[in-house]
Design a binder for this molecule. Structure first.
Ligand SMILES: NC(=O)c1ccc[n+]([C@@H]2O[C@H](COP(=O)([O-])OP(=O)(O)OC[C@H]3O[C@@H](n4cnc5c(N)ncnc54)[C@H](O)[C@@H]3O)[C@@H](O)[C@H]2O)c1
Length: 458
């Protein structure tokens, strides 16, 4: 245990503690009892922490997928270990990342094939932020090579992939954190804890609002891939198609071949919180409607849609795209009509998003939960929680099963959108049942382009 860190926690006087709490209340909009409880939990966590690694004991880290999110994730990870390797199929992104992560006279090694990274004994952790269609094969390769993984959301491209990733993580006993970082934000945890403890009465409905997707096209044909990009390896398991830069720039998310559009982009975050609050593995039915269809020859995922999922105990979940017109829709208004989640109970409601938390009555938030209340796992820092677990070998706050089950919610919506049908789902067996099941089950997996398959690198 790190003595310096531990002592510091207990040097806080009562007066300075209260002053800090008051400042925190103002800054976060959270009630005082939550801030106090959090401070106490932080002190306890510091006491029980597995200990900070010495400078000679920092894990070796490799980043696979050096785009916008990967670079940010690796910056966070670099506070806990050393970035020894960088991998990307796009030389330009790779070189940018090398410049970014070269420090103190040390330059990370460059790779264009992730399989080579897995061969290194001095790499203990993989941070992976490739486009969604590459997540599974790289996660399985990392698990097989016994590397711990911080893997971006959504965990998978299909429901079948999730089953394979969970198996690989468990069989190889690696630590896996899904990049659904809202689980490490105390506002989302508070909302879910209050719902789980019946603070709004019986939960009846969860309204999820996600930003709409991009709608554009038709795109120019006959484009030539830049010499810095290995387009065939970028495509991986996805169908062979003509190159368009609109596929590969971080707009990959608006194509069914590589991702789930606005269903699994922000949806991976908000459906995860909805499921955390509902407290069940998965829904039992799904139906969905395309509101704004794509333009032929352009992005293939619909920019606007709505979906309704039923969960056991008559809980209804409604997922809708916001009317926000910005491409990534980060307009956060706490009015229940914008990007965020509203839990509606028989007695009251709670609204939460990255900007704050509010409720139909003040006391829903301000009355402390009793000591015997149901508590959810506490994490204050998503990467920090992962690194703690790498040392303790415990499961992080967004363990692989949660990454999988929350991604399934989005995948079910995608099946309903693409087929135009309503389905019944068995969350335990993870198959469609009843009318139309045979058609629904054809969407569980996708055929991978040769030579890609689950054993490609694992
Ligand atoms: N947690 C969050 O809040 C959050 C935010 C943004 C993105 N994401 C997720 O992060 C992932 C990446 O998104 P982005 O916006 O950074 O995309 P991006 O296009 O900027 O980056 C993806 C990178 O992966 C590289 N790549 C593709 N195939 C590869 C392969 N086989 N091997 C190595 N590198 C490969 C690409 O060349 C690119 O540099 C997505 O899954 C996305 O959903 C998460």
């Amino acid at each position: 245990m790190n003595q310096k860190f531990q002592n510091k926690s207990f040097q806080i006087t009562r007066r300075s503690f209260l002053a800090k709490c008051t400042v925190a209340v103002a800054a976060t909009g959270l009630p005082l009892w939550v801030i106090r409880q959090d401070a106490a939990l932080a002190a306890e966590a510091a006491t029980n922490a597995p200990g900070m690694p010495s400078p000679n004991d920092r894990p070796g880290i490799a980043l696979i997928g050096c785009g916008g999110q990967g670079t940010g994730d690796a910056m966070n990870a670099s506070g806990y270990g050393d970035i020894l390797a960088l991998c990307d199929v796009n030389q330009q992104h790779l070189n940018n990342a090398v410049r970014r992560f070269s420090m103190d006279g040390k330059t990370p090694d460059k790779y264009t094939d992730f399989r080579k990274v897995m061969e290194r004994d001095d790499i203990h952790i993989i941070v992976q932020a490739t486009p969604d269609h590459w997540h599974t094969l790289i996660n399985i390769a990392a698990a097989t090579a016994k590397k711990d993984v911080y893997g971006e959301k959504p965990l998978t491209l299909t429901i079948d992939e999730g089953k394979h990733v969970v198996k690989a993580v468990r069989e190889n006993k690696i630590v896996f954190q899904t990049g659904t970082q809202q689980r490490s934000d105390r506002r989302f945890r508070l909302a879910c804890e209050l719902v789980r403890n019946g603070r709004i009465g019986k939960l009846q409905e969860v309204d999820v609002w996600v930003p709409g997707g991009l709608r554009a096209g038709p795109f120019q044909t006959g484009q030539v891939p830049p010499p810095t990009l290995n387009f065939d390896y970028w495509l991986g398991q996805a169908p062979q198609v003509e190159y368009m830069h609109e596929r590969c720039d971080n707009t990959f998310r608006w194509w069914w071949d590589y991702a789930g559009g606005p269903v699994t982009d922000w949806g991976a975050h908000h459906n995860d919180i909805a499921r955390w609050g509902i407290g069940q593995d998965g829904p039992i039915s799904v139906e969905a409607t395309v509101i704004t269809p794509p333009i032929p020859g352009g992005y293939t995922t619909p920019s606007e849609y709505s979906a309704t999922l039923m969960w056991a105990n008559d809980v209804k979940q409604v997922v809708r795209t916001t009317l926000d017109d910005s491409p990534f829709g980060q307009i956060l208004k706490p009015d229940g009509q914008r990007n965020g989640i509203k839990f509606i109970g028989s007695d009251a409601w709670i609204w939460v998003n990255r900007d704050g938390i509010s409720a139909s009555k003040d006391e829903i938030l301000t009355d402390p939960l009793p000591d015997n209340a149901i508590r959810l796992e506490v994490s204050r820092n998503h990467m920090g929680n992962f690194m703690d677990c790498v040392r303790s070998r415990k499961d992080p706050v967004a363990k692989v099963e949660d990454g999988h089950r929350s991604a399934v919610v989005g995948h079910l919506i995608i099946v309903a959108l693409r087929s135009g049908k309503k389905f019944t789902w068995d969350p335990a067996k993870e198959i469609f049942t009843g009318e139309g099941a045979a058609e629904g089950n054809t969407y569980l997996a996708r055929e991978m382009r040769k030579p890609y398959n689950y054993d490609f690198a694992g």
